[in-house]
Design a protein around this ligand. Structure first.
Ligand code: FES
Length: 102
């Protein structure tokens, strides 16, 4: 396991496609066959409801905002290439390791 995605399923995020984002991310992980590298967990509110729907990637500590099913899938694809989803990135604590998905 290389990355843990925390997908917000708090009230505000659920009003902003939280369920659809969760399913899209999980479908893309499965489609790409990277279940052994990326794990997902639904969470309650992460305290940034103005950014709903929120997705957080650990251990790099990248926080993503305004996520949709489409950007959720794009995030998974980017992660498998060692890249972040820059256009939805709020902030990040550490750079990704480009070799971690090889
Ligand atoms: S409900 Fe997702 S950050 Fe508050």
């Amino acid at each position: 396991m290389q990355t843990h995605l925390l997908i917000c399923n708090g009230d505000s995020c659920m009003l902003h496609q939280g369920e659809e984002v969760t399913l899209a991310i999980r479908e893309e992980i499965s489609r790409l066959g990277v279940d052994h590298l990326i794990h997902t967990t639904r969470t309650r509110c992460n305290g940034r409801c103005m950014d709903a729907c929120v997705v957080i990637a650990y251990p790099e500590g990248s926080w993503y905002k305004d996520m949709t099913p489409e950007t959720g899938k794009e995030l998974v694809r980017n992660m498998t290439e060692g890249r972040k989803l820059e256009e939805r990135l709020v902030y990040s604590f550490a750079p990704m390791n480009e070799e971690q998905y090889e």
